[in-house]
Design a protein around this ligand. Structure first.
Ligand code: FES
Length: 123
């Protein structure tokens, strides 16, 4: 019964194109970073990467626009430290200090992909 009520509420929403635009503006102003702190990435410097990321995010005042979640393994061991950024699903590997600064400045700040750190994840 509760599910049917929720579905009815969704169905009652207007289907205008305006809603798509509003939705897109909401998600495009919000990044969710998944940072691997699993065993292999930890050996490759994940903790330092995370510390640098937190410092850069604080310095750039991205609070409220960026959420960081730690993961135990992103399934890309050996390429670490690894991170994936949503909503677009951009994978970055071999993160280093310069890379973290560049990702925060360019990807999160200007919406530009940092090509030199891009990673094509293997399934
Ligand atoms: S431990 Fe980081 S990808 Fe597996």
């Amino acid at each position: 019964m509760a599910l049917k009520g929720a579905w009815d509420a969704i169905e009652a929403q207007p289907k205008a194109a305006d809603n798509v635009d509003i939705f897109w503006r909401c998600v495009s102003s919000y990044f969710h970073l998944f940072v691997c702190t699993g065993p292999t990435c930890s050996q490759e410097g994940a903790e330092e990467t995370l510390h640098l990321l937190q410092k850069n995010l604080k310095d750039k005042k991205t609070q409220g626009r960026v959420r960081v979640t730690l993961c135990r393994c992103l399934g890309q061991c050996g390429n670490g430290p690894n991170m994936v950024i949503y909503p677009e699903g951009t994978w970055y590997a071999h993160l280093d200090e310069a890379g973290i600064e560049q990702i925060v400045r360019e990807h999160l700040g200007e919406g530009k992909i940092v090509a030199r750190l891009l990673h094509d994840p293997v399934d």
